[in-house]
Design a binder for this molecule. Structure first.
Ligand code: PLP
Length: 401
């Protein structure tokens, strides 16, 4: 079934190796890492080791890595926490700039700042979803407190030139807090960012093959935030609540392996993308890539099939045991129009035929071939049905007249 699962950008399967690691660790490390006894202390050491591993790979100081339950929570802690800090010092800054293609985790958190009197400005993207580093400084004002740009877009796969963008932002105003939602990038297209310019990023376990609920974020130690939830003071008080050393260890392990295989996986998936286009063309399937492959993550393949509605294709493929998605899993299940596709200038007709396929390192050429064949068959079936319906209507009309 795994070879027909094309939705790893929503959630990546947890590998057998990680399940085995988790199972063995939970046998010994069931206790609270903050308990005062020997077992607690050992458990705390395990947590520290996981933090060290992630810090070493990303080049961040260990104390700047905070464990949390997910990227959405991390983004809320960072953005709302920074707003609270600025409020506490009566700062005049109350403007947030976000790209028009952010995931809802950033988009809706930014909107929540509006309720506190903040202004929100959107940074436009071009037809490939790209932001121009040169243009971004034009939108910054003396009121700008935060700039957020998604590193790899979850819906269309655009890879932003994050470091060039962050550098321009800092050149314009070094006081600005620059955050990147790096969930679809970490361990896939990058292992970290230039921490001279990027102040915050996050790593969500379920996007790379660790369990849901495992996540961490980096925050520049020079930046202060106020907590948004209150409790026992764990994770420096930014994310109070008992931290799980086992989840943290599995996250660090999976991240470490992803980084070791980053280049190899990137090349493998780039080849699969090319192969997919060829396999579709060979079968006469009409398609359009939403983002030019040169600017997209090979993990995310966003396509428009003009001959079939996206939702229908998702259902027909699902009935055959192939799992793909439309837009991001969250917005497509709500059935709303895609903000992201609109930002790229796509019209309603295009949006109807849009789907997102996620390729993963475990996929092989034959899986892609099977997928292309299944898509071709689904399209053919709808064409045959449309022709049959048209013939029926014609016969009915002839009988009436
Ligand atoms: N940001 C991006 C780009 C995502 O793809 C997702 C996952 O859907 C999130 C944020 C939210 O991540 P999490 O599920 O860890 O809260």
């Amino acid at each position: 079934m795994l070879n027909r699962y094309f939705d790893s950008s929503a959630s990546c399967p947890v590998s057998g190796e990680s399940i085995a690691l988790m199972q063995s660790l939970y046998q010994d490390w069931y206790c609270n890492p903050f308990s005062p006894h020997g077992l607690g202390k050992k458990s705390f050491e395990l947590l520290t080791k996981a933090r060290q591993t992630i810090a070493k790979i990303t080049g961040a100081p260990m104390q700047s890595i905070y464990f949390s339950s997910g990227a959405t929570e991390s983004i809320n802690i960072l953005l709302q926490g920074y707003m609270r800090f600025l409020n506490s010092i009566n700062s005049d800054r109350n403007e947030i700039l976000i790209s028009s293609t952010e995931h809802l985790a950033v988009h809706n958190t930014a909107l929540s700042l509006k309720q506190n009197g903040w202004n929100i400005k959107f940074i436009n993207v071009d037809e490939n979803g790209l932001i121009s580093p040169e243009k971004i400084s034009e939108q910054i004002s003396e009121k700008t407190a935060i700039v957020c740009v998604i590193a790899v877009n979850n819906e269309v796969g655009t890879i932003q030139p994050i470091e060039a963008i962050a550098k321009k932002v800092k050149e314009k105003d070094p006081e600005i807090f620059f955050l990147t939602d790096s969930v679809q990038a970490m361990g896939k297209t990058v292992k970290s960012f230039d921490l001279r310019f990027v102040d915050a990023f996050m790593l969500s376990g379920h996007k790379i093959g660790a369990p849901k609920g495992s996540c961490c974020f980096y925050l520049n130690p020079a930046i202060r935030i106020h907590p948004i939830t209150f409790g026992g003071g764990q994770e420096s008080g930014y994310r109070p609540g008992t931290t799980d050393p086992v989840l943290a260890t599995v996250l660090a392990d999976v991240f470490s392996k992803s980084v070791d295989n980053l280049d190899k996986n990137f090349q493998h998936l780039s080849k699969l993308n090319l192969f997919f286009d060829q396999a579709l063309s060979k079968r006469g399937v009409q398609f359009q890539r939403i983002v030019d492959q040169a600017f997209a993550s090979p993990y995310i393949c966003a396509m428009i099939f003009p001959e079939i509605k996206g939702n229908l294709l998702i259902k027909m493929l699902s009935d055959r045991g192939f799992y793909i998605s439309g837009g991001s899993a969250c917005s497509s299940s709500c059935g709303t129009k895609s903000r992201v596709l609109e930002a790229l200038g796509k019209n309603n007709q295009d949006m109807m035929g849009a789907v997102r396929l996620s390729f993963a390192p475990f996929h092989k050429g034959e899986d892609i071939e099977e997928l292309a064949l299944a898509i071709a068959e689904c399209i053919e079936k709808t064409k045959t049905k449309t022709n049959a319906d048209a013939t029926k209507t014609l016969i009915l009309q002839e009988n009436v007249s």
